[in-house]
Design a protein around this ligand. Structure first.
Ligand code: MRU
Length: 344
């Protein structure tokens, strides 16, 4: 089974369940998880079984529909308050990717002012979740087209973390131009930073790119400078978890270092993201909440034996902020921009 033939996030219409690919098992096992309750949805997002900003948003939307469809509450205002309580709980699973609250707010807003009956609310939630999913697919196709216009056949592309199909429903954001180019018969040399500590680059981007038939090379994060210095990288493509109004970009930890290197070596650094990742309520990167994760991800998770001394302090932020001055352009479905104010 080719991973690219399966949507990362989907709705089983028959059983009314959210279905996700369990990304913690990749690349060794392709396993699906079915979700219809709030704890499983919360944990799937928290534990990165579903991850990547757009995929988290779509999973939250479909997941909330799956949960809502099972709520046995007849009174419409009781239904709404129970729905909102669960939605707030899901929203607390991860703080940085704005697509989570964006999708949850969009879902709730569709029912907030409706006063017919509970079954109609469930129907409305179903339709909105499907709309969010379908828009994600269409937006990623558009991102692929815009991104592809910036590169040429044979280019070397470096990417960090996974902003590919596995971070969206299909195609991806930062990797969408490569998927599209490959389908058109083009060739690229793709370098995927391994992306410590959770290895989304080595496990997910490399798997996704190999599955698509791309010439793919995994590098440790500290090798990016060498690869750039060798002249092997024509452009850097990364995704984003939240883009502030001034164009500062929060993305996977290590992204800002790659941006600094790209500037030094005069390599264009592109951020590819849907407009749903732009948070105009957030003035700049200093206001973005950065998720801190467990220290075992750094010290023991990938090792047969713990590799750092017991008791040592560990700093494990999941994201960092790249200042807008280091970003060559932001590629959105509405066009290629320098600052969000160009489209908002
Ligand atoms: O912690 P993760 O794996 O959810 O982090 C993902 C990233 O940082 C991605 O680059 C970002 O969400 C964009 S995905 C299109």
């Amino acid at each position: 089974m080719n991973i690219l033939e399966i949507d990362t996030v989907s709705l089983d219409e028959k059983t009314k369940e959210l279905v996700i690919i369990d990304q913690t098992k990749l690349p060794n096992d392709i396993e699906l998880i079915r979700i219809s309750d709030k704890e499983t949805l919360y944990n799937a997002i928290k534990l990165l079984q579903v991850r990547g900003a757009p995929a988290i948003g779509v999973a939250a939307a479909i997941g909330m529909y799956a949960i809502a469809s099972r709520l046995e509450v007849d009174d419409i205002s009781d239904f709404k308050s129970e729905y909102k309580r669960i939605s707030d709980y899901i929203n607390s699973s991860r703080p940085t990717a704005v697509n989570l609250s964006w999708a949850l707010n969009r879902m709730y807003d569709t029912i907030a002012d409706i006063s017919s009956d509970v079954n109609s609310l469930k129907e409305i939630l179903h339709n909105e979740a499907c709309k969010i999913r379908d828009e994600d697919i269409a937006v990623c196709e558009k991102l692929g087209e815009y991104g592809l216009s910036l590169i040429k056949d044979g280019d070397g592309i470096l990417t960090h973390c996974n902003a590919g199909q596995l971070a969206t429903v299909r195609y991806g954001t930062a990797l969408a131009p490569i998927h599209l180019g490959l389908r058109k018969g083009m060739h690229f040399k793709v370098f995927t930073d391994e992306t410590r500590p959770l290895l989304q680059g080595a496990r997910l981007s490399a798997f996704e790119m190999c599955s698509a038939g791309a010439d793919t090379t995994v590098i440790c994060d500290n090798m990016a400078s060498s690869v750039m210095k060798n002249g092997w990288v024509n452009a850097v493509f990364v995704g984003a978890d939240r883009i502030a109004a001034n164009g500062d970009v929060a993305n996977k930890i290590g992204t800002s270092g790659v941006a600094v290197l790209a500037k030094y070596y005069n390599i264009p650094f592109y951020v590819v993201a849907p407009t749903s990742t732009i948070d105009m309520n957030c003035p700049d990167g200093k206001h973005i909440k950065i998720e801190q994760r467990n220290e075992d991800e750094v010290t023991s998770m990938w090792y047969k034996k713990r590799m750092a001394p017991e008791g040592v302090k560990v700093f494990n932020p999941a994201f960092d902020v790249t200042e807008n001055s280091l970003v060559t352009a932001i590629i959105t479905e509405k066009g290629i921009i320098k600052k969000p104010s160009e489209i908002f």
